[in-house]
Design a protein around this ligand. Structure first.
Ligand code: CP
Length: 308
């Protein structure tokens, strides 16, 4: 029987914190959990959750994943704990990691989650920062694998803001050899360091393309993906971004330019009519709710591997 294998790195802060083989292993474990073929338990283990930003899917999927593993969760609300008062991360991390066996943290700066990991004696999981959303990307590539067996034959087009979701897709895309195209307005490209890291992994294969033309970016694509144009913390940019992103909506016209069997992904929550239309979300090619479900399976697998 397949059993979770401990990951080489203690923490999961970035898509690149797993090797290629570890990534495939996490997805295999997730598939086994999903199919109810694996009865692995983390009895009495405690997951601490810190969310400095709102969350529905990540919060609930971590709670349920831990519950299915036989463990429990503590959900720390920064406004009702001392975190919101500004207690230093190095103090919070040292204390919480004496109570909990693993921490999942959603915060703003990547350097803050790195600070947590530096001081925590237990594994720290990135539940979203401004730079990356690696748990989301695990679920995204699980959903893609359910449709297309060979990653190397997949063209993934992300239309919209070069944000944390795009960054994590780019990094896993490079690790897996997926052709990744990002179509964004000028000035909204993904993080330069992320692009350079991905290009180093791809070596001289020209499989990462950044363009400002959504129509050319979706030609022959197998996966069309988008996210909100204004991420959490960017509320004051919303009006401006809504104008700058005109023409970057995934609508039936754009979908017609992709491969006829292309699947549609969105990490949710969505603004229907902005980055994607209602019709596309509800279309037969949409896998958006399978993708959301897979959050729970990959996180259950990730917890199992980190705590094995
Ligand atoms: N996709 C995602 O992370 O959703 P939540 O913000 O609801 O957790």
């Amino acid at each position: 029987m397949l059993n979770p294998i401990k990951l080489e790195k203690k923490h999961f802060l970035s898509s690149l914190d797993t090797s290629f083989d570890e990534f495939l292993h996490i997805l295999e474990i997730a598939k086994n959990f999903k199919n109810k073929d694996l009865n692995f338990k983390l009895q009495d283990k405690v997951l601490g959750l810190i969310f400095d930003k709102s969350s529905t899917r990540t919060r609930v999927s971590f709670h349920v994943a831990m519950s299915r593993l036989g463990g429990t969760t503590v959900d720390l609300n920064p406004t009702t704990s001392q975190i919101g008062r500004g207690e230093p991360i190095k103090d919070t991390a040292r204390v919480l990691s004496r109570y909990c066996d693993v921490l999942a943290i959603r915060t703003f700066k990547q350097t803050d989650i790195e600070e947590y990991s530096k001081w925590s004696s237990k594994p720290v999981i990135n539940a979203l920062t401004d730079l990356e959303h690696p748990c989301q990307a695990l679920a995204d590539f699980m959903t893609i694998k359910e449709e297309f067996s060979d990653y190397k034959k997949v063209v993934l087009t992300f239309i919209g803001d070069g944000n944390n979701v795009a960054n994590s897709l780019i990094l896993y895309g490079a690790l897996l050899g997926v052709e990744v195209r990002i179509a964004c307005p000028k000035g909204y490209e993904p993080n330069d360091l992320v692009i350079n890291r991905a290009k180093n992994i791809y070596k001289n294969k020209n499989l990462l393309k950044i363009t400002h033309d959504p129509i050319s970016a979706v030609q022959g694509a197998n996966v069309l993906y988008t996210d909100v144009w204004s991420s959490m913390g960017e509320e004051n940019q919303k009006e401006n971004k809504d104008k700058n992103f005109l023409g970057f909506t995934i609508d039936p016209n754009l979908v017609r330019n992709a491969d006829k069997n292309a699947i549609i992904l969105h990490c949710l929550p969505a603004y229907r009519t902005k980055e994607i239309t209602d019709e596309v979300i509800e279309s037969k090619n949409s896998r958006i709710f399978e993708q959301a479900e897979n959050r729970m399976h990959v996180q259950q697998a990730l917890l199992a591997c980190l705590l094995s």
